[in-house]
Design a protein around this ligand. Sequence first.
Ligand code: NAD
Length: 358
Amino acid sequence: MNNTVAVLPGDGIGPEVTRAAARVLSAVRPDLECVEALVGAAALSKGLPPLPPETRSLCDRSVAILFGSVGLPQYDGRPLKERPEYALFLLRRDYELYANIRPVRVFSGLEQASSLRKELIEGLDLVVVRELTGGIYFGKPKEIRVEEGVEVAVDTMVYRAPEIERIARIAFELARGRRRLVTSIDKQNILESSRLWRRVTTRIAAEYPDIRLEHLLVDNAAMQLVREPKAFDVILTENMFGDILSDEAAILTGSIGNLPSASLGAARDGRQFGLYEPISGSAPDIAGKGVANPVAAILSAAMLLRISLDDEMGASRVEDAVGTAIAAGARTADLVHDGERSLSTDAFTERVLQALSG
Ligand code: NAD
């Protein structure tokens, strides 16, 4: 059986939080072979492309990828193919990781860390299903050109019905194991791609008579997410709206450092291949200080266990250990308030490991 996990720490806080997650993963499943490889600026700084061939071949032979983050400010001005973020673009595109699942949970004890009132977010449990390989991030043409002496920038928002069908099915299936409500978010009053989105999601909903489907315009959804977040169960949306709304949803939990994600494509040899990563970026402002919150990375490892390794028990053990550590007062700097003491990334991880073995 293939038990290789590709560990791609990447840039900024990526190495700090990904190694924490790999430690937890190995503690729960010592049988896994976690193999590290370079990606992003970490590769570029060694004269390699953002996704070196060795890294890609490791991913090819792995059951899943545990990913950190890519991107550093000094690469921002470069052409896309020379930027660290291009690695993630290639991984998503080439492995057709079209479904991005982002669970949003508020851990008991962290309610005070949220910017919303406790009663609005206590017990919050929703999931964002974001389409990841279509829409305006991938549509062509995508360029800056000069027309009659004037610079013109073009991005193209395009969706094909089958792309909407497959992501909608993921959302409806997920809702079956939850509170059976799918909220599909679009901008159908303005965008043709959203009109198709609404038509196709409504058609797919007919296959799931046990699930309630609601539609919301994205501007209203952004408002409802902070007005009454507990009204949501499964949020289904396209690439860019999902990108933005899930950061908004993340902060409801107290910190963007809490939110894991899974990016999934087709099954490989009967197993669900996927890339698992925190939803945040490389946080260069705090990188190298040992203060990053590793919760998102550790919970991403739990998702890897559940989804790619079909190990529900291992996944629950990891999630319970994070919950236990937090309930006992473990907090990184982004989560403290009112004079609470903060722990370093390593010290927080130790508390999770202790809870695992306790
Ligand atoms: P960011 O998510 O890296 O940081 C936003 C804010 O959240 C910062 O203040 C940061 O300190 C804080 N933060 C993020 N993760 C945290 C954690 N685990 N613990 C504590 N605080 C945390 O967003 P940004 O600053 O806009 O982007 C930085 C770089 O990351 C850019 O180069 C961007 O392109 C890249 N990026 C990469 C990914 C990815 O690899 N999937 C995703 C988003 C952004």
